[in-house]
Design a protein around this ligand. Structure first.
Ligand code: FEO
Length: 401
């Protein structure tokens, strides 16, 4: 699709990447993504962000259909990661901008990525303001959402926050606005993006939300660099970010496991039965068919994380090791944990899983391991573990740090 005027003289000039399936280890399954960029047509024409380099032609065509790129006076680089700065070199050559607004780290990254000390960088910080003509933009630093350089800009007259990676979601659609797509699907993708990209930086999210409040900004439109633009659900998105960043969980559990000959699977199902007896909803995620990023999406609101593995070569199965390594990086602390698994002779997997959960500052309720194939009594013990976690979920006063 081509460009779209999303508010008077503010144009979406981004592109839709229908085919993207992996974003550094985060599986986008069937959803793809968008790279959003925005052009403000004012006395001082301003382009905010670019797109990944493989979409240079449609992106430049979008800009050219609105204005001769030579008329662009300001570039705003909210974030230097190549999915947003991939066409920057071409744009600087075409537009010869008077200023390139960026954060202090943005300048450092641009020099690191593009080796151009001579560009007209204008480093800005939170609260700095630039008059474009009829419109005014104010900047807000958003460090670590998702790199140290991220920032956003608020178009005062339109009450629109262009927020870079923050509030993004990987969703390729023909529609450009939140009220044109299914809300539950949209918030599903918003949550999965938060869990896989933003979660480790939750304290920064809370600082940015406070700063938005301090600035007194009213937000009618929230325009992230990935996904659709929020004009109906902007306040719901801000509230969801506050909940997730505050580590608020729901009384539910995730059971993720891998199994060699089916014993660990039987244990997973018995634990789920125990949770159900306590009225706790659980999702069983067999890792042979669930990607680690899908598991993280479910972990986001789960109060308990229960991980199982057969013992393999004196440790856990590779898919379980992969999940825990990925999860440790995303730091979903403040949850309850449990570990389970079968073994043939040495049985280290359960110990290693519990140690990983503790490293993530989860409170391990209990562990269980079974030699070879579980007996009826051992299945009952797994059910009991499920009940025990279920009761802990209901009475949880988990340390949300
Ligand atoms: Fe969408 Fe951090 O790049």
């Amino acid at each position: 699709m081509g460009y779209l005027e999303i508010a008077k003289n503010i144009f979406w000039v981004g592109v839709v990447d229908w085919g993207l399936r992996d974003f550094h280890g985060y599986s986008l399954a069937r959803n793809g993504t968008t790279y959003n960029a925005f052009l403000i047509k004012d006395e001082n024409v301003t382009l905010i962000d670019t797109v990944v380099s493989k979409f240079r032609d449609p992106f430049v065509a979008n800009v050219q259909e609105i204005i001769d790129p030579k008329k662009i006076k300001y570039l705003v680089v909210n974030h230097v990661e190549p999915d947003h700065s991939g066409c920057l070199v071409e744009l600087v050559e075409m537009a010869e901008p008077e200023k390139i607004f960026c954060s202090r780290m943005g300048k450092e990254f641009m020099i690191g990525f593009y080796h151009r000390e001579d560009w007209p960088y204008e480093v800005v910080k939170t609260g700095d303001e630039v008059k474009l003509g009829q419109k005014t933009i104010q900047f807000i630093e958003m460090p670590m959402l998702h790199w140290p350089d991220n920032m956003g800009c608020y178009v005062k007259e339109d009450r629109m926050l262009i927020s870079s990676d923050a509030f993004g979601h990987n969703l390729a659609t023909s529609e450009r606005f939140d009220d044109e797509v299914d809300k539950s699907q949209l918030f599903f993708h918003l949550a999965h993006y938060f869990a896989n990209i933003i979660l480790p930086f939750s304290p920064n999210v809370l600082r940015v939300l406070n700063k938005i409040k301090e600035m007194g900004w009213k937000i009618d439109m929230l325009a992230p660099d990935h996904g659709v633009i929020f004009r109906r659900y902007a306040s719901d998105v801000l509230q969801a970010y506050k909940r997730w960043a505050s580590c608020e969980t729901q009384p539910k559990a995730v059971i993720a496991y891998d199994t060699m000959w089916g014993s660990t699977q039987k244990m997973a199902e018995a634990i789920e039965a125990g949770l159900a007896e306590e009225g706790i909803s659980a999702r069983i995620l067999p890792l042979k068919s669930c990607h680690h990023s899908d598991v993280m999406g479910e972990v986001l609101e789960a109060r308990a994380v229960i991980i199982g593995s057969s013992t393999h070569n004196n440790g856990m199965l590779p898919l379980v090791a992969d999940l825990l390594r990925y999860m440790e990086g995303l730091r979903p602390s403040g949850r309850l944990g449990a570990a389970f698994g079968s073994y043939g002779w040495s049985g280290e997997a359960v110990r290693d899983i519990a140690s990983s959960l503790e490293k993530m500052r989860m409170e391990v309720v209990d562990t269980i391991r079974v030699k070879n194939v579980p007996t009826k009594e051992e299945i009952d013990q797994c059910v009991d573990l499920g009940r025990q976690v279920g009761r802990a979920i209901k009475s949880a006063s988990v340390d949300h740090k």
